[in-house]
Design a protein around this ligand. Structure first.
Ligand SMILES: Cc1cc2nc3c(=O)[nH]c(=O)nc-3n(C[C@H](O)[C@H](O)[C@H](O)COP(=O)(O)OP(=O)(O)OC[C@H]3O[C@@H](n4cnc5c(N)ncnc54)[C@H](O)[C@@H]3O)c2cc1C
Length: 433
């Protein structure tokens, strides 16, 4: 049992934990239900086409993580200055929209600016949810046309049921001078929180994790179905088991808690209240590369099913056969707020129709590849129930000594760098103990 450190899940967080143990000369055992590492940031190959499990680029500001990821690919990376755009009812504008109103209907721009001025001049109002925050920051017209529409498409919930503690740098808050410049000119400074980004030259995003599985004792195809925290014992789907002296878990909390023998009912119920979006990524390949200048685009219209699209061939030319381009569309659902009504494949045609509607696909384009992939855990929904439920769940895990980590263990908004660091932190807690 001594130093039998076990890590559940081989995504960014699990691999971060493996890396931390490795730095102390310890080979942790990893149990992963899939046949490969990468988790939600895995890359999939099919006849010359590479698509990640949802669009993935590395924009970490943490120099240590950047170096680690780049070492995994021997420095073979593509480097970019990010360009993101927005599409709304036939108008294409730079992102973020609040400082790039130029090109929208004139009456609308005037209304937005006047309301933003009113909002800024108003006495500070009570903020109880994301909708209140949006109205106080941008006024009603901008809020209802852009962020609130996007919230419904991306978070699958109305802004009035969301909290505000996830916002951080995600919604840029300009001063009126910046808003006016952006209303009068197409040429505005880049203020998006993602400026520079990197992507492996070969093999898709998951290559950034290449070095880490070597540092652990990897056991793929091992789905954990029961955890006995008192006996320090795990059971796998095939009936086999293993003991542990320290346990790091990156499993999604709503799945982890019901696996724990003796978990109290109120904790199980709290875990079930944690909401998360599900993502269907519709991936298509076509016979030309000149599809978009932007690396990704946000969509606000209700009659277009996807919330965001990106272009894997722009991240690396090796993501597609020569001369071809690729488009990845994200369509969101959630069990709590917007249950799926069909299977993932049923999203393909409406998504392709959406591309024709906005003009990105042309009648003469040949679609050479199409597929849909379903991710059961995509983005944590920061609804008003989250904080109380999470406190109960995390409190219980702390009590029984299971060290949770990652996007779905911490139940936060971590990107791959944050998930990796969170995994390192969970391993450190075990080392400290
Ligand atoms: C659409 C989308 C786009 C994103 N884009 C970016 C981006 O551009 N850049 C970026 O840095 N981040 C991005 N992210 C965030 C990034 O995907 C996550 O931060 C990261 O992948 C989470 O890693 P994790 O290890 O915490 O979780 P996961 O990757 O989900 O790892 C959990 C692992 O546990 C395994 N598992 C689950 N249950 C069991 C079980 N019972 N037994 C054994 N194993 C189990 C799973 O198979 C999985 O491998 C994006 C996320 C989404 C949804």
């Amino acid at each position: 049992m001594k130093d039998n450190f076990v890590v559940l899940g081989a995504g960014a967080a699990g691999l971060g934990a493996v890396n931390r143990f490795h730095n102390e000369g310890i080979r942790a055992k990893v149990y992963e239900k899939c046949a490969f590492a990468g988790g939600h940031a895995a890359s999939y190959f099919s006849n010359g086409w590479i698509f990640d499990d949802g669009p993935h680029i590395s924009f970490t500001k943490d120099e240590r993580i950047r170096k680690l990821f780049h070492e995994s690919v021997n420095g073979e990376v593509e480097a970019f200055k990010a360009l993101a755009t927005n599409y709304w009812q036939g108008h294409w504008i730079k992102h973020p929209a609040q400082v790039n109103l130029h090109g929208l209907p004139e009456d609308m721009v005037v209304k937005i600016i006047m309301e933003m001025m009113d909002a800024k001049a108003a006495e500070s109002s009570e903020i109880n949810n994301y909708q209140d925050w949006l109205y106080a920051s941008y006024g009603p017209t901008f809020s209802e046309t852009f962020p609130m529409m996007y919230t419904k498409k991306f978070h699958t919930a109305h802004a009035s049921v969301l909290d505000t503690d996830w916002i951080g740098p995600r919604l840029y808050q300009p001063d009126m001078e910046e808003v006016l410049h952006g209303a009068l000119s197409m040429h505005t400074p880049d203020v998006h929180y993602i400026s520079d980004f990197y992507y492996p030259t070969h093999g898709g995003f998951a290559r950034f994790f290449d070095q880490f599985p070597e540092y652990g004792d990897m056991n793929y195809g091992h789905e954990v179905v029961e955890i006995d925290p008192a006996g320090k014992y795990l059971v796998f789907a095939d009936g086999q088991g293993d003991v542990f002296s320290g346990l790091v878990s990156s499993l999604p909390l709503p799945e982890l808690i019901p696996l724990i023998k003796g978990a109290p009912v109120d904790v199980v119920e709290a875990a079930a209240r944690l909401a998360c979006s599900e993502c269907v990524t519709v991936n298509i390949g076509i016979d030309r590369e000149d599809i978009s200048e932007a690396h990704w685009t946000y969509f606000y219209d209700e009659d277009i099913p996807f919330a965001r699209i990106s272009f894997p061939h722009m991240q690396s030319p090796n993501n597609t056969p020569d001369g071809c381009g690729s488009i990845q569309m994200e369509v969101y659902f959630s069990k709590k707020y917007k249950p799926m009504t069909g299977d993932a494949d049923s999203c393909i045609q409406p998504a392709i129709d959406g591309l024709f509607k906005c003009g990105l696909l042309k009648p003469e384009d040949k679609i050479l590849f199409k597929e849909a992939r379903y991710a059961p855990y995509a983005n944590v929904i920061f609804d008003l129930e989250r904080n109380a439920a999470l406190e109960l769940v995390h409190g219980y895990l702390d009590e029984i000594g299971i060290r949770y980590c990652g996007r779905f263990g911490e139940w936060g908004y971590h990107w791959t760098d944050g998930s990796f660091i969170s995994g390192e932190g969970a391993a450190q807690k075990i080392l400290n103990h």
